[in-house]
Ligand binder design. Structure first.
Ligand code: HEC
Ligand code: HEC
Ligand code: HEC
Ligand code: HEC
Ligand code: HEC
Length: 285
């Protein structure tokens, strides 16, 4: 009997821990290659472009790329420039799809083969139309850079960059229009991170937040302040929905924790009583 009771205690503790274990397992093993860590294949582009033969002004490019968000997500030279990274002699052949360096006004399509929604909004915007008509609008690289691209945020909207072509006034009203929604998305992201850290599965909410965020940031590229303001209500509603689920999950977690603490307490008490009773009977024998 004593054995059964201690087993029960162990099992009730294990049930609480499994959620965390499963999450960790999925994160550590199922989403990554089995060798552990990203598989970095040799790229002829990088080998040759870092060699001493390369002209000095180009030689730093692979290093700059190495520190970028694209490198972390395994978007490499040939994913943007085309060509064949496995065959040094044919690497930059047009036959292998090499497109080289894009012209200033062709950059949106160059990036837009992957960032489709953003390109669409951008091309219809004042910026996109000015780029195509007179090459006076900023292209993607003007604001994001090309090889050292980092994760985007509203900090990109700053006086130094945005006053290169016009007053800061219109940039500032745009930044103000984005601010509250961006702040809220950041806060919900933080709450989700904390829950994940506790071993709670929040994948569905994370996915919804990610797609909401992507849609909102694509909206910026219209540079249409009144459209951003008009859409803010709808985004607020969607974020309310995610937050409601997050709150519910947190509350459930608290109840579950209290209940398992209560169970452990009861079982421990029982174990002590049974132990004492058993000894009492033994003493009598
Ligand atoms: C064997 C060496 C070698 C390999 C391999 C190589 N490159 Fe190059 N690359 C060069 C040289 C040399 C230049 C010209 C530099 C100059 O202008 O003097 C160049 C230029 C470029 C340019 C600028 C071209 C332009 O239109 O101005 C790009 C972009 C580029 N390489 C990308 C790549 C990519 C992507 C790969 C892999 C698919 C690659 N390279 C593989 C040697 C190489
Ligand atoms: C995210 C897409 C992207 C990736 C990844 C990328 N490039 Fe580029 N690259 C560009 C763009 C856009 C330009 C043109 C604008 C500029 O010069 O900044 C460019 C320009 C260049 C040039 C010409 C620079 C000049 O001053 O004329 C070279 C050379 C080059 N890239 C090589 C590489 C190599 C090598 C890699 C891999 C280590 C790489 N690129 C990865 C987007 C990319
Ligand atoms: C081959 C596909 C591809 C091309 C071409 C490409 N990207 Fe990306 N980009 C990605 C992927 C994949 C990610 C990482 C996933 C994510 O963060 O959305 C990313 C992420 C980004 C981010 C960070 C997004 C964030 O989460 O904050 C920016 C900014 C960006 N790219 C800009 C550019 C620009 C500018 C160009 C052109 C010079 C470009 N990309 C070309 C695939 C591409
Ligand atoms: C390379 C030049 C250039 C840079 C840099 C630039 N803009 Fe613009 N911007 C333009 C041009 C050109 C227009 C359209 C013509 C006009 O209205 O003057 C424009 C228009 C705008 C508009 C009004 C759009 C409309 O439909 O009414 C906003 C808002 C704007 N820019 C915001 C920004 C922000 C924010 C930044 C900095 C992140 C920025 N711009 C950086 C050139 C630039
Ligand atoms: C006038 C400056 C400007 C130009 C031009 C511009 N962007 Fe952005 N981009 C931004 C800013 C600012 C943000 C962040 C908006 C936010 O946080 O709400 C952003 C966000 C992004 C993101 C992140 C989206 C996400 O889901 O997190 C990507 C990817 C991106 N831009 C790609 C591009 C591409 C591709 C182009 C060209 C077609 C482009 N940008 C042109 C300023 C610019």
């Amino acid at each position: 009997m004593k054995y059964v009771l201690s087993l029960l205690i162990v099992l009730s503790a294990a049930a609480v821990a499994t959620a965390g274990y499963r999450e960790t397992f999925e994160k550590e093993f199922l989403s990554k290659p089995w060798a552990g860590g990203p598989i970095v294949e040799k790229s002829a582009c990088i080998e040759c472009h870092t060699s001493d033969m390369m002209k000095a002004s180009f030689r730093g490019i692979p290093d700059e790329w190495q520190g970028s968000w694209h490198a972390l997500n395994e978007v490499s030279c040939h994913d943007c420039h085309g060509g064949d990274p496995k065959d040094p002699s044919m690497a930059m052949s047009h036959v292998r799809g090499f497109v080289g360096k894009p012209n200033y006004e062709d950059v949106p399509e160059f990036c837009g083969k992957c960032h489709i929604g953003i390109m669409k909004n951008y091309l219809e915007s004042g910026h996109g139309r000015a780029l195509k008509a007179t090459r006076k609008g900023p292209n993607c690289v003007t604001c994001h850079g090309s090889h050292g691209i980092q994760r985007a945020s509203i900090d990109i909207i700053n006086e130094q960059l945005c006053t290169r072509c016009h007053s800061y006034e219109r940039a500032k009203t745009m930044k103000q229009a984005l601010f509250l929604t961006e702040k809220r998305m950041g806060e919900i992201g933080k709450e989700l991170n904390e829950l994940r850290g506790e071993g709670i599965f929040v994948g569905d909410e994370e996915k919804t937040l990610f797609s909401t965020q992507a849609e909102f940031r694509a909206l910026f590229h219209t540079v249409d302040v009144s459209l951003v303001k008009k859409s803010t209500d709808e985004f607020t509603k969607r974020l309310d929905g995610i937050e409601k689920n997050v709150r519910k999950t947190s509350a459930e977690l608290r109840i579950r924790r209290n209940f398992s603490a209560f169970l452990t307490f009861v079982f421990a008490g029982l174990a002590i009583i049974v132990g004492m009773l058993a000894r009492t009977y033994k003493d009598k024998d």
